[in-house]
Design a protein around this ligand. Structure first.
Ligand code: TRP
Ligand code: ZN
Length: 901
């Protein structure tokens, strides 16, 4: 199996554990050899697969220097040749756990041949070549290619691949790799072969191979310059009716990338394959994207609106990588955000275009705030461009992806769409075909706009979430409005020097008492400069200092400031605003993000006030004026229904816990639930009316109108569910809603609402759902996840049963993420005061560690946040981290546990 292990003696008895070697950005060195092309032959077998690779190489300097090749310990080296001459171990080369060193290769051009045997059928790590559902499938990002053959497995070594696949024709009728199919035919012994040539040079991490039994949905897309591209989506035959949405999404993505970014597809074929066993979401291998099947397959009966949106977004994401990632790739893995941050930004923009832009923005910000901020505040905090790592697998993080996308969005906010696009054009003009750095991207943005972005670059190198503090004053006499801003940069574990102020774009509007935005004329900044604002109603302040004030002139009346519109920077905004001001913004802010945000801040203040009462033993009392304010938004027909549903959503327990020291997650959950119940009770009639008005029958369509309608209907249902334990009428409504559901969105919403309360209805609904869907693994993920995340006390017992249930399989990452990941989101049970939830998670991590290091490492995540919680919970979580460490886990888990402790 392709599992990196901590070298013996690293965690020696009694000694300080020596860390597995960290790799540093500052140590980057160019690879001394270039590769003209690589020809590979895969002989696929049941016992072993033989890989023969032939590279035409040359020394860049023209002299002989030692050549390092990466190779996992699981490789069985069968032959190594230079210009046809076999090399001898110990004489010509040295072989260690992770590397093969050829001592003195020729100084000119030469051919390197390498033969390895591998065992994909025993590879449970799903890294390298492995089997899923009987089919061969590969995953090479970031460092999986070294589990296939010895090779310089680094993104700056690029070459042209020719791949011949040989396999049993009956078992593996479909043979796929990157590029174009140039030959195929039958061989003796029931075998056949296919030869694929990729004309674009690429790093090894973009290589892919798929072989097995598939059927394809086929379609065509004509690019703007007239190239006709064959599109194929491959799945197991029994899923072939679930690929239409993915195909539609792909065509939309191709068109959108031409229209918005002028980027066209560059081959005649684009393939997508669905794999059931997959560590992450999907992978952008050149012209052969491999997807986790949950991000391809959808039918109205089995997928929710949420799934439909996710599929559209991820299909877009992987497709967009063809330019941002493949045509221009990363010089080294420290630059991961070069492709991921940019591509996430692009997929976010695509989804906003296809759906509601404000709702998409709210969705993305919720993720950043509830999860990326937590990462930034924990032991694994790292900059968007990390300076060091032990296992790169551990750096496919919310920081690199989502904060990285926020950084790209800030360029866009600062330069405007036109300036941003100029920068993109220059980036491709300069770097097409290259492996580059985030500095190169930054330089292209600056140069194309003839500007200096100054301290903006620090967003790449300084970890942690800045806090932006704002106070305001209105001067009646000279009609000025001043914002006094200061930024605080937190201390993070990676820090080597004092942090410097980062350029923060603060988008602002001033709302006049009549609810309209005031026209802004000019602003003076405390560093002296005055800028005239051509009568706009929003303006982007550029904060460059640790503290700085901005004074708007000609402000006729005292306004209510709307600060950080559209979440213009990924910061924690601290600004006192009264409940009255927040209610005013909730009903009047023209910036939909800040309108939503005003509601969030209002309810957050309320929850924290209630938490104080709760912890001092007082009875909880709902603030009816807050209920009223929310009721107004809920019923405001001038607003998009989906937006209204989002406005009714309370900040997550996680996000709330992040805002207070030594949080008790169970208490937060209780208070949050009290607020949900109070809103449900106070607005019951309105919810009922909304539910009924939007409960229309008819065929499911994943269009905007349908999605909006279902989202407000199901928001109402979920609130009403909070009343079911004491209201027979509601109880009946939930059951009817569950029975009559004709699509998965409505069925899951009803099931979720029913499952909020223990009892017979819950048991029955779960049973009937299981009976209906036990043959649909993707639906079973929902069934597992719903039960796992339950906040009903004592649910750990159910978890233990589910681990043994036929619907669960520890080797399948999706099932682990649903069941185990789902459990860690249960405030009541994961954070049970006796530590039983923590012990359960540690047990699983230890088991997973032996099977799949990447998945095991991701499951350690919840423990890394232990410093957020009260002393008793901290001690319990820490004890589990120590227990994991004592089992001498693989490098992936080791890095996270070690850094946490
Ligand atoms: N590059 C992929 C994406 O963001 C994600 C990815 C990285 C991945 N490593 C992986 C996917 C390992 C599967 C397995 O689109
Ligand atoms: Zn990506």
């Amino acid at each position: 199996m392709c599992v990196g292990t901590v070298a013996e003696g690293n965690v020696a008895k009694g000694e300080e554990p020596a860390t597995p070697a960290a790799i540093y950005l500052k140590d980057y060195q160019e690879y001394p050899y270039s590769i003209a092309d690589l020809t590979m032959t895969f002989d696929l077998g049941e016992e072993k697969t033989t890989v023969h690779s032939v590279c035409r190489m040359s020394s860049k300097s023209g002299s002989s220097v030692p050549m390092m090749l990466n190779g996992d310990a699981s490789l069985e080296l069968k032959g190594l040749y230079v210009d046809g001459k076999p090399l001898v171990e110990g004489v010509d080369y040295d072989l260690s756990e992770k590397e093969l060193l050829i001592k003195s290769p020729p100084s000119g051009d030469f051919v390197l041949g390498c033969i390895t045997d591998i065992e994909p059928q025993n590879n449970t790590s799903l890294n390298g070549l492995y089997k899923s559902d009987g089919n061969f499938c590969s995953q090479c990002e970031a460092e999986g290619f070294r589990c296939i053959t010895y090779y310089p497995d680094r993104p700056d070594v690029m070459t042209k691949f020719t791949v011949k696949i040989v396999g049993d024709k009956e078992k593996y009728p479909v043979l796929l790799s990157n590029g174009n199919l140039v030959a195929e035919g039958d061989l003796e012994g029931g075998k056949h072969y296919a030869v694929w040539v990729d004309p674009w040079k690429k790093p090894a991490y973009l290589f892919a191979l798929v072989a097995g039994q598939y059927v394809a949905l086929e379609d065509k897309f004509t690019t703007k310059s007239g190239r006709v591209v064959d599109l194929r989506i491959y799945t197991a035959a029994h899923n072939s009716h679930k690929t239409q949405h993915a195909m539609d999404s792909l065509k939309h993505a191709m068109k959108w990338d031409e229209d918005r970014f002028r980027l066209e597809y560059d081959l005649d074929l684009f393939n997508i394959v669905a794999a059931d066993d997959f560590n992450m979401g999907a992978m952008e291998n050149k012209s052969l994207n491999v997807f986790n099947s949950r991000l391809v397959l959808a039918s109205p009966e089995t997928a929710t609106d949420f799934d439909y949106n996710r599929i559209e977004g991820v299909i877009g994401h992987e497709y967009f990588h063809n330019w941002t990632g493949n045509r221009v790739t990363c010089r080294d893995w420290f630059q991961l955000s070069l492709k991921e941050g940019l591509t996430v930004f692009r997929d976010q923009e695509f989804s906003s275009f296809m759906n509601s832009a404000p709702v998409k923005r709210i969705d993305d910000v919720m993720i950043v705030r509830s999860r990326q901020f937590a990462e930034d505040a924990g032991p694994m905090a790292h900059p968007v461009r990390p300076a060091s790592y032990m296992k790169i697998d551990n750096f496919y993080t919310l920081t690199v992806y989502d904060k990285g996308a926020e950084v790209i969005r800030m360029y866009h906010t600062l330069l405007g769409e036109e300036g941003f696009q100029k920068g993109i054009d220059l980036y491709f003009e300069r770097h097409d075909g290259q492996a580059v750095t985030t500095d190169d991207f930054y330089k292209a943005m600056e140069d194309a706009n003839n500007t200096s972005l100054g301290s903006f670059k620090l967003w790449y190198s300084q970890a942690g979430t800045p806090t932006l503090k704002v106070t305001t004053e209105y001067n009646e006499g000279d009609k000025t409005f001043t914002l006094n801003c200061s930024q605080e940069l937190p201390v993070t574990p990676d820090m080597t020097q004092e942090k410097k102020p980062q350029l923060i774009p603060i988008k602002i509007g001033l709302v006049s008492p009549d609810g309209k935005d005031l026209v802004l004329t000019s602003v003076q900044d405390s560093t002296g400069s005055e800028t005239s604002i051509g009568n706009a109603t929003t303006y982007v302040l550029k904060m460059t200092e640790m503290s700085q004030s901005f004074t708007f002139k000609n402000v006729p009346v005292k306004p209510t400031p709307s600060v950080l519109r559209n979440f213009s920077a990924p910061v924690k905004l601290e600004m006192e605003q009264s409940s009255e001001e927040l209610k005013f913004l909730l009903s009047n802010d023209s910036d939909e993000f800040n309108k939503w945000e005003a509601g969030q801040r209002l309810i957050t203040n309320l929850i924290f006030d209630l938490l104080k009462s709760h912890q001092s033993g007082q009875e909880l009392q709902m603030d009816n004026s807050v209920t009223e304010a929310f009721g107004q938004v809920l019923t405001d027909d001038s607003l998009d229904k989906e937006f209204r549903a989002y406005a009714m959503e309370l900040p997550s327990t996680e996000e709330l816990a992040d805002k207070i020291p030594k949080a008790n997650p169970v208490d937060i959950h209780k208070v949050r639930n009290f607020v949900l119940k109070s809103l449900a009770a106070g607005l019951k009639d309105k919810f009922l009316q909304i539910y009924n008005a939007n409960n229309v029958k008819g065929a499911y369509k994943p269009d905007r109108e349908g999605k909006s309608r279902r989202s407000i209907r199901n928001c109402a249902l979920s609130y009403l569910g909070k009343l079911a334990d004491s209201d027979a009428e509601i109880k009946a409504l939930l059951n009817t809603s569950f029975k009559e559901a004709s699509n998965m969105t409505d069925q899951m919403a009803a099931l979720g609402a029913i499952c909020g309360n223990a009892g017979e209805d819950r048991e029955n609904a779960l049973k009937s759902f299981y009976t209906q869907w036990s043959n649909e693994p993707l639906v079973m993920l929902k069934w597992l996840g719903l039960q796992a995340g339950s906040n009903i006390e004592g649910n750990l017992k159910v978890m233990k049963e589910l681990l043994e249930h036929p619907a669960f399989d520890i080797k399948n990452p999706n099932k682990v993420y649903s069941l185990v990941g789902g459990f860690t989101r249960s405030a009541v049970n994961f954070h049970a005061a006796d530590g039983s939830g923590y012990e359960f998670l540690a047990d699983l991590v230890i088991k997973l560690d032996k099977l799949n290091p990447q998945v095991a490492a991701r499951m350690v995540g919840p423990f890394t946040k232990y410093k957020k919680y009260d002393d008793a919970r901290q001690a319990l979580m820490k004890a589990q981290l120590e227990r994991i460490l004592a089992t001498k886990p693989c490098e992936n888990v080791y890095e996270i546990v070690f850094k946490s402790l």
